[in-house]
Design a binder for this molecule. Sequence first.
Ligand code: HEM
Length: 473
Amino acid sequence: MSETHSRRTDGSTAETDRPGDDLPPGPRGLPLLGSTLSIARDPLGFAESVREYGDVVAYEAFGTEFAAVFDPDIVETVLVSRADEFRKGEFEIGFGELIAPDGVAFTEGERWRRQRQLLQSSFTPDRIRSYADDMVAEAAALVDDWDDGEWVDLSQALSRYTLRVLVRTLFDRSLDDDHAVTVRRATEALSAYASPQQFAVQSVLPSWLSTPTEREYEATMADLEALVDDLVADRRGRDGVTDAATDDLLSVLARAEYPDGSPLSPDEVRDQLVTFLFAGHETTATALTFACWLLAGSPAIRADLEHELETVLGDREPAFADLPALEYTEAVAREAMRLYPPVMALYREPVEATTLGGYHVPGGTTLQLSVYGIQRDERWWPEPTAFRPERWLTDGDESPTLAMDADRPEYAYFPFGGGPRHCLGMRFAMTELTLALATIAPRVEFDRGTERLEPTVEITLDPGEIAVRVRKR
Ligand code: HEM
């Protein structure tokens, strides 16, 4: 482990006895580069190694001062109880500039509040119920298309699945192949462009010099923006000529007005749609991929899952009304996201200098709330690397019920964030994950092609190619 020290704003190290005066300890890193190279070489390894310094760890990388947080109570403070004192901040907004600066995931203040209110209408329990049959039908179509003995790449297949669901439910259209290719290319180019390795390259290059990765990203984003502009124009035309306008997300945005009657600007509409295409498809695909991969290596858990599905569903397809009874199925999804959270960390910046966990945190510091670190911490999760869905089931009077252990801090698990900016699609995602597992598991089993899993840190925790052989049941 590198030397522990308390850093002062002038760069010197010092100790004081007053709580809140010391900067958090952390790795010193290299002059100028800080820990940039260590992160670029092995982001997951770096995330593991800094935990040794404590619950708040300062380090420098990509020209930014970070403070990584591994304490669930501090996460709760930042996201919920003192949420007003923290904003998304420069690091996250810089990232937003790449994707959709006017989209709900990156705006702040009153603008964000208005956007969130508008978009909420597509995620009410009634709306989610109306999406459930499409989630099941797309999962059944995906699996029924496979042959017994066929090898498939789970990540690719499930990413196509979640994209089809998103477009069918929120945009009320089926996904044509050209559109799928455009979204896929943009997602892959974004992943490459926003990887720690690329951040490292960008942080040492002059800003006027563009890299091939950057140029590829810009080209694919231009195609994606043209695609969503077409979808909106098409929908405005369709709603204009029909009496009964549809009320999916695309129509809500195409028709939306501010209180003064003005429509959303084309940039705003486009950025919301791009936000949803990115936020809503790769995340859920990642969770489903890890869940299927973990099940393939755990016959006893798979048997318990099958037992629940047979008991609740018999021979029929799952439906929205079955969700409360599919507790073990949901526990599988939750446990997969505990071990492999699609969003590994959340980023915030204190509006002004503050104290967290007894340490001084200067304004402008980027807080990295470590979802991955906290959800694998043995203080909250005994045998943290074991896949054990039953952690989520507490013994009820008659049968086990799904619940968070009361002794565990609430923010020991936060794959969807928390507080006012928690994931807008959380209910959508949990419904999709549970129904997809309940549709896929009775139809097929998977044999792993390899026991080695080498996820990489990109925009989401990327499982990489996962080859499995399909066994039809
Ligand atoms: C397993 C799947 C998913 C995971 C793990 C996930 C995770 C997250 C997390 C952690 C945040 C909070 C980020 C922060 O506070 O900085 C977030 C925000 C968001 N998510 Fe998700 N998400 C998932 C699925 C979805 C889906 C399906 C949609 C939409 C269809 C969606 C739309 C959004 C939006 C719009 C935001 C921004 C909310 C705001 O800032 O007000 N997500 N998501």
